[in-house]
Ligand binder design. Structure first.
Ligand code: MN
Length: 503
């Protein structure tokens, strides 16, 4: 794909400098991946390009787009991070590095929810910068769209990982368009039978309701116009297959309990108009008790805002109606990426700080970011200041305090590994055992056949109580051993009178 076409596929006006940088990134990546093919037979470069187009739809930030174009270069080609840093600067190199570290977080065969949570935390902590997560999600979305060319077992593995790890992260970042697509695509691969059943159920139900949807939409428009209530437009959305499936599972398969299979959406210009619309609707349609939800005054943890109500139409069937401003709608679709969009266009949402409750729990969100640079700065979050997450070569996650060293890592894997360790590798490079680990490091311990001699330095370098107590235990026994041996030696070497020996 020529550069001009890539540029046209992203709905954003880049500055001439940004354009030049993106063009260089594309050329650099093209050259580096030259001759490589995807499983589909396409040139490899098609993948970073498509991922860039995906990211560009919701987050057209030139630095992130340069990074997504380069995201597979360090893993799959001769070019290194140093080359990228030289060509594109520290920021782009940092993003590429983060993305390749994230790629090492793999889902193991475990259904333990605690494990899933650690894994997601690891994913987030490794990113540090929310842009890394967005790049990785765009990468995964393109991969899952083009999964058909892989062997079946690999497809299942990637789809499961996507459903369990990537989709929940997209949800937490509030990027619902991505979450929806990630979920439905991977669900159709993980459980094709359930997918088809749910899909058919949805299609049937929608066909049955088609007539009443049309008339309700008309009626609503009429009501709002005659009441003089301001609104931008009325539209509708059908529930997603995976989301319906999850709800059916909760409701023991009773489809009559699901009111939002189809929802009508009313968009307004202001929050006040949202409440006015709700009032007008309730005057004309009977609301279902207990189904009125005010997510404007109390947003969902991922920042979602809307008013929800469920009403009965004249035929007696229930429909959910969602009322929101155009800004709230933008945020519901793009989540965290929407803030960037607003800060660029000068439209700043009035409650940036309340938007990402979940992230807020983990750090102090910079309040009222007013320009794009501040916003980018605020994305560089150190979510888990006191913890680091590192990986074994097989991709198992170890959760350690920050400042932890190779020694802590070894003892966290197994005490035997600690007592037998003769060297350590971090990200494939030999390091000292006292080497401090960093977020996302892949750590490998070289084991000797014999127990090694542990020095007192280890105690100073160990941060975890587990490693420290193991080392102390060793040193104590070792000391006892020396005293014992000295005693024995003394007894042998000096021919003391026998009554002395008895003592
Ligand atoms: Mn990739």
């Amino acid at each position: 794909m020529p550069f001009e076409q890539l540029l046209k596929s992203i709905p954003h006006k880049f500055t001439p400098e940004e354009q030049a940088r993106l063009e260089r990134a594309l050329a650099f990546s093209k050259l580096a991946h030259e001759g490589q093919k995807r499983k589909s037979g396409e040139e490899y470069i098609s993948h970073p390009i498509e991922a860039a187009i995906i990211l560009g739809q919701i987050f057209p930030d030139a630095t992130s787009l340069a990074a997504v174009l380069l995201h597979d270069v360090t893993e799959d080609t001769e070019k290194t991070l140093v080359d990228i840093k030289k060509e594109f600067g520290e920021e782009v190199a940092g993003l590429v590095d983060g993305v390749s570290k994230l790629g090492k977080v793999r889902l193991r065969n475990s259904k333990d929810p605690q494990y899933m949570e650690t894994l997601r935390k690891m994913f987030i902590a490794t990113s540090k910068d929310v842009r890394v997560m967005m790049i990785k999600l765009a990468d995964r979305l393109h991969n899952i769209r083009t999964l058909a060319h892989l062997p079946e077992d690999k497809q299942t593995k990637i789809a499961t990982e996507t459903l369990e790890m990537y989709a929940p992260i997209a949800a937490r970042l509030g990027i619902n368009t991505w979450k929806d697509e990630l979920e439905d695509l991977s669900f159709s691969i993980v459980d094709p039978t359930a997918f088809k059943q749910t899909h058919d159920l949805l299609t049937d139900e929608m066909a049955k309701r088609q007539g009443s949807i049309k008339s309700l939409e008309k009626e609503l428009g009429h009501v709002l116009r005659t009441e003089g209530t301001k609104f931008i437009e009325i539209s509708g959305r059908t529930k997603r297959v995976y989301s319906l499936y999850k709800k059916l599972m909760k409701n023991t398969g009773d489809i009559s309990k699901i009111y939002d299979m189809y929802a009508l959406r009313i968009m307004t210009k202001s929050t006040a108009d949202c409440y006015a619309v709700l009032g007008a609707i309730h005057q004309h349609f009977h609301p279902l008790p207990g189904r009125i939800k005010d997510y404007i005054s109390t947003p969902k943890p991922n920042g979602y805002q809307s008013l929800h109500t469920t009403v009965f139409d004249t035929t007696g069937s229930a429909f959910e109606i969602q009322i929101r401003t155009d800004l709230m709608h933008e945020e519901a679709e793009r989540g965290v990426a929407a803030h960037w969009f607003y800060s660029q266009s000068g439209k700043v949402s009035n409650s940036v700080d309340s938007r990402l409750g979940w992230i807020n729990e983990l750090r102090n969100w910079q309040e009222n970011t007013t320009n794009a640079e501040d916003f980018i700065e605020s994305l560089k979050i150190d979510f888990f200041r006191d913890r680091i997450f590192v990986l074994t070569p097989k991709g198992d996650v170890k959760d350690l305090p920050s400042g932890a060293t190779v020694i802590d890592f070894a003892f966290s894997v197994h005490s035997d590994l600690g007592y037998f360790m003769m060297g350590g590798k971090v990200n494939n490079k030999m390091v000292k055992l006292t080497h401090e680990l960093e977020q996302g490091d892949v750590v490998e311990i070289l084991k000797s056949k014999q127990p090694v001699k542990i020095s007192r330095d280890w105690l100073a370098a160990a941060k975890t109580s587990n490693a420290r107590s193991r080392i102390r235990q060793y040193l104590n026994e070792h000391d006892k051993g020396i005293i014992q041996r000295v005693r024995e030696l003394k007894l042998k070497d000096f021919s003391l009178p026998t009554f002395f020996r008895k003592k």
